[in-house]
Design a protein around this ligand. Structure first.
Ligand SMILES: [Zn+2]
Length: 308
């Protein structure tokens, strides 16, 4: 069992989570609640058990005095903050959509292919959201101003499921735009959105998990842990790759896919050993003067940093 689990764990939990989400639409009445139930009652128990049963690195199973910080991020930034953002965002966009449909002839606000099977609608939603997220993520690595905020996510010194939650609140706003704008403008329904958020939630936890995972050819579809660990590498040319959030397709298209199959990632985290470790100090870190942790101009000037 321990030998086959690395191959089946992610497909099993993802497909089970999607089916559970679909079955919960009717009894819960509000589709937006289904992803929360699936994450708490299905996904998180799997993560805790799999990390205990088949860890990728034993040293990553030990606390790095980071658990409390990541729990705060999980509740404030991943649970409460998106609800506040969505309430504001939905109101603003609903008004904008109504204005567009009244004033622009070509704009109907209902261009979403509702007649497609739900699974195909989910694939379309992933492709659309991933395109925007790919570029926001890539710019966060290549532009100094954005890297200040994104460094919070890269400050983790080990990978385990909880640090998927670690994002600066202002970066979370930026990421929220490509994840919601296309759906609202095109008029996708709440069921598709719920399935999208189940996929991104389950994928995000596995992507950062300390679990033995082997996806084989699926590594050319999903931006899963085998690829994402290199994205958290301390070696800059490795971390400026694999920007995909759920899918790796845009990395393949734009030439940032990176998968050295003959070795594992080395140390992960930031180059600056004094980067703050607590929630409040990390939230204020982007506003402090001083040298950036990592040269954000690496992509345009790589030879300068070969020794990094
Ligand atoms: Zn990154």
């Amino acid at each position: 069992m321990q030998r086959i689990m690395p191959y089946i764990a992610f497909p099993l939990v993802l497909s089970g989570g999607l089916v559970a989400c679909y079955l919960l639409f009717t009894p819960l009445e509000n589709p937006a609640l289904a992803p929360f139930v699936v994450m708490i009652a299905w996904t998180i128990p799997w993560m805790i058990w799999l990390e205990w049963w088949t860890p990728y690195r034993n040293v990553w199973s030990e606390s790095h005095q980071d658990v409390m910080t990541d729990v705060i991020y999980l509740f404030l930034i991943q649970s409460l903050w998106p609800r506040l953002l969505t309430a504001f965002w939905m109101t603003a966009l609903a008004s904008a959509t109504i204005w567009c449909s009244e004033n622009l002839q070509f704009f109907s606000g209902q261009s979403w292919p509702h007649q497609w099977p739900l699974a195909l609608q989910l694939v379309l939603a992933l492709l659309l959201a991933e395109f925007g997220r790919y570029w926001v993520h890539r710019w966060a690595h290549e532009l100094s101003f954005l890297w200040r905020f994104h460094a919070v996510h890269h400050s983790v010194e080990r990978l385990y499921w909880l640090n998927a939650a670690r994002f600066h609140p202002l970066e979370k706003i930026l990421l929220h735009i490509p994840e919601t704008l296309p759906f609202i403008l095109l008029g996708a329904n709440a069921e598709v959105l719920a399935l999208y958020f189940v996929t991104t939630g389950i994928h995000g936890l596995f992507q950062h998990s300390n679990i033995q995972l082997k996806l084989g050819p699926l590594n050319y579809v999903f931006a899963m842990a085998e690829l994402h660990r290199f994205h958290h590498s301390k070696v800059i040319r490795e971390s400026n790759s694999n920007y995909g959030n759920n899918l790796i397709v845009w990395d393949l298209v734009f030439g940032t896919f990176y998968w050295p199959k003959d070795r594992e990632v080395g140390d992960i985290g930031l180059l600056n050993p004094e980067y703050p470790k607590t929630f409040l100090r990390q939230c204020s870190a982007p506003f402090h003067k001083g040298k950036l942790d990592k040269p954000a101009d690496y992509a345009t000037n790589p030879e300068k940093y070969q020794q990094s």
